[in-house]
Every structure is written in structure tokens, then in C-alpha cells.
Design a protein around this ligand. Structure first.
Ligand code: EPU
Length: 422
């Protein structure tokens, strides 16, 4: 077991490179179920969630060969089973993404309820996935601790998502590729990762129109080929590094290999906060600001303010002048981590489970902490870097689910952060 030990208030500066997007990378593994031809994936982040997705694909009968850092080749070997192994499913929520492709190519699939971050209602429901598969002609049997889905042949259907769902949209987009006829998805999520996935599916023979808008039309095809897929840059990592640079406010930081246009809601908030920043085609420069002003945010589906940036934003607001209201609308438990910030000296009032009021600026102090989930963990790292004294963060598997080699990369900016054995 390891933990992070961070000694705060060191001047930061220099360059940092953004890795490929976790939430784009995770979907290429289930997509591979749909083709027998090889897929060459590049800019793949080497993170725990991708390792779990890779384990799952191998368990289902594929080969995943590492070519070099960030590049793998995926190739079908033989379909050994249609059971999603519970030890892998329990570790990550995105395992639900394997269900649709397996159902459409093998006619059946068994799986336990997916695990992952403890941020949503109950065990994070999968009702919209199941309801959609049923609309496409699948039979769903809910067993004691698992599900069994069968379908001789999925049929195109008209599906309206009652709530905007990212993995739901992506899952149905993939599943519908082999359904008979046309599938229409309404009230779809519009995240850049969805457009990237559709673009790749189309490049290997899919017929998808409208990805990146609320209405997606998928025409069923007989087969998909192989191809090359470059993972888009991680907008959450880029936005988080930008907020870290702003919160530290000690030097100039250039964030490279990113797509600033995927973060427009964050830049709108930066303008209100009077943060000194500059955007380039594939880079972001954050320069020291005179005075950061508090600014309210409400999380929203893309292109609104991403819930995955909310925890880092909360840390930034502890350094802003004035009071900010942070309204988390997507997940029920994503504000609970703010208790750790309060222990570090932040002035935060939880108005209700969906709203925080942060007053600043406040000096933060090092503390012994345990991270509850991935994004909260990254926010605690950020808080520790700007805090006086030493912070220890436990349960870092959660952070490593989504951030590659974090300690080393942050050290290159001047942060005093190391991973030590407990
Ligand atoms: N929901 C349901 N029923 C469903 C599916 C979702 O009620 O069948 C609810 C969820 O509980 C949540 C809301 O709908 O309250 C939205 O969830 P969504 O389905 O959009 O989330 P997701 O697809 O499971 C993806 C990302 C999340 C990110 C959200 C929102 C992946 C693998 N995960 O999750 O990423 O927060 O979209 O943008 O793409 C993260 O990276 O830390 C992370 C949690």
C-alpha cells in the first residue's frame, strides 16, 4: 500500500503535458468487442482504469499488445466467455460499457452491478442502459446480485434518455451499430469524448450521424473493420492543471498537448475571476494573477461546467476573494470531500447535499487525509500543494485510476510530492 506525501507552498512553474482522456480511452476497449480486425490505439493514458478495461477485454478473449508507452494494439483472439468477471466489474463503473457490445455480438451477457467511484445515488443506477436494451428487443433478467441479458437479434429503436447520460449515450451508440435498422437516440450527452468515439466508429464502417448533438441516428451495419484511434487530450486533466496553477499563483505554467476549446465553461469562470491566462491552439498558459475573485458555478452536462472539475474548482475558490456558491447538479455525493478541505482550514458551509458556499481567501494547512474518489483525490493533492506544512493522502489507488504518474509530473513543476510505501 502506498500514500502520497506532499509538502506545500513551493513555487510552481514550467511545462506539463496533458495525457489522453481517461473517459475517451476507456471506451475503446468495449468497442473492440465489435470487430475481429486489429485496432491500433495511441495517446492511451497508462492509468488504473485503463488497466482494468484491458483486463476485462482480455478476459473476454482479446489480445492487447503494448507497442510502446501509450500505444497498444488490440486484436480479437477467441471469444472465451460472455460473463463479465465480478472482480473486474467491482473496480470500475465503465465496465457497464462492455454489456451492449457483447449483447449485440454474442446475443447474451451476464454481469454483476458495476462498481467505481462512490459519488452517485446508491450504487449508481444503470436503469437507462437496461431500459434501452429492452427497447431494442433484449430480455433482461435481474438475478440476486447480477443481470442476465439475452437478445437473438437487436432491433433499431427510438430511445429517449430521461437524464443526459454520457456512458449511456456511448453504449447505445456502439450497441446500435449491429442492430437491424435505424436507432434514434434523443436527449443525448454531447461530450467531446462521444464525438471522438462516433468519428472512430464511422472510420471503421459505422454509420452514425449527429454525435455531439442531442439527437444521434445510427444505421445498423453488418460488420466493422479495424483502424487507428488516437485518444483525444484529457480536458479534465488540462482544466485541473490550469486551476492548480491559478490556485498556487506562484509562477507561469504552460499546459501542453490539450484542447482548450473543450473547456469554454472554465474560461468563462476564469474571466470572471480575473485570472491571468492565455489560450493557444493546443496549450494553455496560466500566469500569476493580482487578485482572484470568487465566482459561482453550477455543474452541467457538456458544454456546461463539468462535474469532474468541480472538486478542483472548490479548492481554487478557497483562494479567491469573496464567497462563491458551488452547485453540484450531477452527483449526490460529490461535495462530501469538502469536509477534508474544512479540516485543512477552508471556510466552507454545506448548504445542502448539492450546494457549498466557499469563502476566501483562506490559508490551508497540511493534514492526514483519505481520498474518497478520483476527482476528490486530485483536488486534495491540489489543496496539499498550496497548503502550509505536510499532507498525507491515503487510498491513492483512486487517484491512480485516472492520473498517470501524477507525483512525477507535478514534481517537474516544482511541487514537493512523493509516493511512499506505508
Ligand atoms: N444515471 C442514472 N441511470 C443510469 C445512468 C446514469 O440515473 O442508467 C445517473 C447517474 O447516477 C448520474 C447521472 O445520471 O447522476 C449522469 O451520469 P452519467 O451516466 O452521465 O455518468 P457516466 O456516464 O456514468 C461519465 C463519466 C464520469 C462523468 C460523467 C458526467 C465515464 C467513464 N465516466 O459517467 O466521469 O462524471 O459522465 O460527465 O465516461 C470521472 O471521470 O471522474 C467520472 C466520474
Amino acid at each position: 500500500m502506498e500514500k502520497l506525501v506532499i509538502s506545500g507552498i513551493k513555487a510552481l512553474g514550467g511545462k506539463i503535458q496533458v495525457k489522453g482522456a481517461k473517459n475517451a480511452a476507456l471506451k475503446i476497449f468495449p468497442l473492440a468487442i465489435l470487430t475481429k480486425e486489429p485496432i491500433l490505439v495511441s495517446n492511451l493514458p497508462e492509468i488504473e482504469d485503463c488497466a482494468r478495461a484491458k483486463d476485462m477485454l482480455i478476459a473476454l478473449g482479446h489480445r492487447v499488445k503494448k507497442i510502446r508507452h501509450g500505444i497498444v494494439e488490440i486484436q480479437f483472439k477467441n471469444r472465451s466467455c460472455v460473463n463479465l468477471p465480478s472482480d473486474i466489474v467491482n473496480k470500475f463503473r465503465a465496465s457497464i460499457m462492455f454489456v451492449g457490445p457483447l449483447l449485440s455480438s454474442c446475443q447474451e451477457v451476464y454481469f454483476p452491478h458495476p462498481g467505481g467511484c462512490v459519488i452517485g445515488a446508491g450504487t449508481r443506477p444503470i436503469d437507462m442502459f437496461l431500459d434501452s436494451f429492452v427497447k431494442m428487443g433484449a430480455k433482461v433478467k435481474i438475478l440476486e446480485n447480477s443481470y442476465r441479458l439475452t437478445a437473438k437479434k437487436l432491433k433499431g429503436a427510438k430511445i429517449f434518455f430521461p437524464r443526459v447520460t454520457v456512458t449511456g449515450t456511448e453504449s447505445l451508440m456502439m450497441t446500435a451499430c449491429f442492430a437491424e435498422g435505424v436507432t434514434i437516440l434523443k436527449n443525448c450527452a454531447m461530450e467531446p469524448e462521444i464525438s471522438a468515439l462516433a468519428e472512430f466508429l464511422n472510420s471503421i464502417g459505422g454509420q452514425i450521424e449527429g454525435a455531439g448533438t442531442p439527437l444521434i441516428k445510427i444505421k445498423g451495419v453488418r460488420e466493422l473493420k479495424g483502424g487507428e484511434y488516437k485518444i483525444i487530450p484529457d480536458r479534465i486533466e488540462a482544466g485541473t492543471f490550469a486551476m492548480l496553477a491559478a490556485a498556487s499563483n506562484t509562477g507561469e505554467i504552460l499546459i501542453e498537448n490539450c484542447e482548450p476549446l473543450h473547456l469554454e465553461a472554465l474560461w468563462a469562470a476564469f474571466d470572471k475571476m480575473k485570472i491571468n491566462y492565455r489560450l493557444y491552439k493546443n496549450a494553455i498558459k496560466i500566469m500569476p494573477s493580482k487578485k482572484i475573485l470568487a465566482c459561482d458555478i453550477t455543474t452541467h452536462e457538456y458544454p456546461g461546467f463539468a462535474t469532474d472539475l468541480q472538486s478542483a474548482y472548490t479548492v481554487l475558490m478557497t483562494q479567491a476573494h469573496g464567497s462563491s456558491l458551488i452547485h453540484e447538479t450531477i452527483y449526490d455525493r460529490r461535495l462530501l470531500f469538502s469536509d477534508s478541505l474544512t479540516q485543512m482550514g477552508a471556510n466552507i458551509i454545506m448548504a445542502d447535499p448539492h450546494r457549498l458556499v466557499v469563502s476566501g481567501p483562506t490559508r490551508l494547512y497540511g493534514h492526514k487525509l483519505v481520498t474518497p474518489d478520483l476527482r476528490a483525490g486530485m483536488a486534495l493533492v491540489m489543496a496539499a500543494i498550496i497548503a502550509k506544512g505536510e499532507t498525507q493522502i491515503d487510498n491513492i489507488y483512486q487517484i491512480e485510476r485516472g492520473y498517470e504518474n501524477l507525483a512525477k509530473r507535478l514534481r517537474s513543476l516544482g511541487a514537493d510530492i512523493k509516493k511512499v510505501k506505508k
